[in-house]
Design a protein around this ligand. Structure first.
Ligand code: NDP
Length: 476
C-alpha cells in the first residue's frame, strides 16, 4: 500500500481535489464509478504528482496506507449512501471516510452515527470555492471527531487556501457541524448576491447607468470595505458584452430567472426550526422563487401599476447605495453567525465563530475583506450576542444608517423592489427597539386562544377573562 489518501468520484470537484492533493506531495488513490474518468485524469494530469489508479473500491482500499482516508466526491444524496455502504464493508477500524459533497447535515449526522457503530470515522466536510477552489485552494469545513481530524486535518490544511499564513481549514465540530456551517455559508452567499443585485438594479433604474458604467462603480467599491470576490466578479459580469454579438451587455440577454440547487432553501428551512431569523437569506431565496414565476410576473405586469410620480436622484445616490449594501451585508452575516450559534447549541457542537470567519477569508465564494473584522470581533468577545453590537460593526452600521434609510425609502417611492435592503433595515430597527408590538400579538393570542401572557412588572403567566369581567387571572 502506497497511497496517503484517496478520492472516489472524479467529476470536476473530485478531479481537482485529487490534483490539488497530488500537487502538494500526497500520493493519491483514484477511483470513479465510470473508469474512463480515472483514466482521463491520469492521462491528462498524471505528471502533476503520484496517482494510484484503481478499477474498483476494493482495489482503492487496498492501495491505501492505514489509517485509510477516502474522500467521497460524488453526487450528493443516494449516490453518497451507495458509496459509503460499499466502502464501509471494505474498511477497517480507525479508517476515515470523508464526504466532501454538499450533503445535508442531518444526513451527515445519520451517516456518522452509522459508521461510528462500525468503528469507522466519518468526516462530513464542507468544501467551498467551486472547481477553481478545489484545484487551487478551497475553504474546507470538516466535521467529525477530533481524533479523525488529528490524522486528516494536516492533509486538508495542506491543500486549503491560505490567507496571511493561515490555512482556510479548521475542525468545525462533531458529526454534521461541517456541513451545517457550509450550508449557512451558502445561505449567506445567497443573501450577499441578492443585495448586490438590488444595488445594481437601483442604480440602473434610478440613475440610468449602463451595465458597463456600473461595472466601474463595483470595481471602485472593490477597493474599499466591500472588497470581496462577489463584488469583483459582479464588475466582471457587468462589463461583459453579449458573447454572441460582441455588443450590448451579457446581463441584458440572460433570462432573469434565478435558479437554486437547494442549500439556501435548506438554510431557511432549518432556521425556521431553530427559530433564528435569517430574513436576509430568506428574502434572497424567495426573490429567486419570485423571479422563476414567469407567468405570474407577466400577468401582474399588465395589471398592477407602479408609483404615479417619478423619482429623481443625484450622483450621491451611488454612495448611499454603497452604504446600504454594506449595512445590509453586515445584517446578513450577523444573522448567519447567529444561526451557526443556534445550531451549535441545538446539537452540542463547540464551534468557534471567529474561526469560521477566518476560514472563509480565502478559497470560498463569500471571501471578503470584512471577514477579518468579523474574526476580530469574535476573538475579542467570543460570546458576542450579535455581530451588530460589536463596536466596530455598530459604528459602521450607524454611520451607514441614514443612507440606508434613504435608499429603502427611495426604492419604495420609485417602485423598485429591494427586499434584501428593506428587510435588513427592518431587522436592524427591530433589534434596537425598546418595545416591540409583540405585546399586542400576545394580547391577541390570549384573547382568541387563551395562550396567556407575561407581564413586565410581575413574575408568572396571566390570562384575561375576555368573555367575562375582563379581570386578570393567574395562569402560572
Ligand atoms: P456531480 O455532483 O456532477 O457528480 C458526479 C460524480 O458522482 C461522478 O463522479 C459520478 O460518477 C458520481 N456518481 C453519481 N452517482 C453515483 C453513484 N450512485 N455511485 C457512484 N458514483 C456516483 O460532481 P461535482 O464534481 O460537480 O460535485 C461533487 C460533489 O461536490 C457534489 O456533492 C456537489 O454538490 C459537491 N460540490 C460541488 C461544487 C461545485 O462547484 N460543482 C462545489 C462544492 C461542492 P460517474 O462518472 O460514474 O457518473
Amino acid at each position: 500500500a502506497t497511497a496517503d489518501i484517496a478520492v472516489t468520484g472524479l467529476a470536476v470537484m473530485g478531479r481537482n481535489l485529487a490534483r490539488n492533493l497530488a500537487r502538494h506531495g500526497h500520493v493519491v488513490g483514484l477511483h470513479n464509478r465510470t473508469k474512463a474518468r480515472t483514466d482521463e485524469l491520469v492521462a491528462q494530469f498524471g505528471s502533476e504528482g503520484t496517482f494510484v489508479a484503481a478499477d474498483s473500491l476494493a482495489d482503492l482500499v487496498a492501495s491505501l496506507k492505514r489509517p485509510r482516508k477516502v474522500i467521497i466526491m460524488v453526487k450528493a444524496g443516494a449516490g453518497t449512501d451507495a458509496v459509503i455502504d460499499e466502502l464501509a464493508d471494505l474498511l477497517e477500524e480507525g479508517d476515515i471516510v470523508v464526504d466532501g459533497g454538499n450533503a445535508h447535515y442531518a444526513d451527515t449526522r445519520r451517516r456518522e452515527a452509522a459508521l461510528r457503530e462500525r468503528g469507522l470515522h466519518f468526516v462530513g466536510t464542507g468544501v467551498s470555492g467551486g472547481e477553481e477552489g478545489a484545484l487551487n485552494g478551497p475553504s474546507i469545513m470538516p466535521g467529525g471527531t477530533r481524533e479523525a481530524y488529528s490524522t486528516l486535518g494536516p492533509i486538508l490544511e495542506s491543500i486549503a487556501a491560505v490567507v496571511d499564513g493561515t490555512p482556510c481549514c479548521v475542525h468545525v465540530g462533531a458529526d454534521g457541524a461541517g456541513h451545517f456551517v457550509k450550508m449557512v455559508h451558502n445561505g449567506i452567499e445567497y443573501a450577499d448576491m441578492q443585495l448586490i443585485a438590488e444595488a445594481y438594479d437601483l442604480m440602473r433604474s434610478l440613475l440610468g447607468r449602463t451595465p458597463a458604467e456600473l461595472a466601474e462603480v463595483f470595481q471602485g467599491w472593490n477597493e474599499g470595505d466591500l472588497e470581496s470576490f462577489l463584488i469583483e466578479i459582479t464588475a466582471e459580469v457587468l462589463a461583459t458584452p453579449d458573447p454572441r454579438t460582441g455588443s450590448g451587455a451579457l446581463v441584458d440577454v440572460v433570462l432573469d430567472q434565478a435558479e437554486q440547487k437547494g442549500t439556501g432553501r435548506w438554510t431557511v428551512q432549518i432556521a425556521l426550526d431553530l427559530g433564528t431569523p435569517v430574513s436576509g437569506i430568506a428574502e434572497a431565496v424567495f426573490a429567486r422563487s419570485l423571479s422563476g414565476h414567469a407567468e405570474q410576473r407577466r400577468a401582474a405586469a399588465g395589471v398592477l401599476p407602479g408609483p404615479a410620480g417619478s423619482v429623481t436622484v443625484g450622483e450621491e445616490f451611488v454612495e448611499d447605495v454603497r452604504r446600504a449594501l454594506y449595512a445590509s451585508k453586515v445584517v446578513a452575516y450577523a444573522q448567519g453567525f447567529d444561526m451557526i450559534r443556534a445550531g451549535a447549541a441545538e446539537y452540542g457542537w463547540d464551534i468557534d465563530l471567529g474561526a469560521m470567519a477566518t476560514i472563509w477569508r480565502g478559497g470560498c465564494i463569500i471571501r471578503a475583506r470584512f471577514l477579518d473584522r468579523i474574526r476580530e470581533a469574535y476573538e475579542k468577545t467570543p460570546d458576542l450576542t450579535s455581530l451588530l453590537v460589536d463596536p466596530y460593526f455598530a459604528s459602521a452600521v450607524s454611520e451607514a444608517q441614514e443612507a440606508w434609510r434613504r435608499v429603502v425609502a427611495t426604492a419604495a417611492a420609485a417602485g423598485v423592489p429591494a427586499p434584501g435592503f428593506a428587510s435588513a433595515l427592518a431587522y436592524y430597527d427591530g433589534l434596537r427597539r425598546d418595545r416591540l408590538p409583540a405585546s399586542l400579538v400576545q394580547g391577541l393570542r390570549d384573547l382568541f386562544g387563551a395562550h396567556t401572557y407575561k407581564r413586565i412588572d410581575a413574575e408568572g403567566t396571566f390570562h384575561v377573562d375576555w368573555s367575562g369581567d375582563k379581570s386578570e387571572q393567574d395562569a402560572s
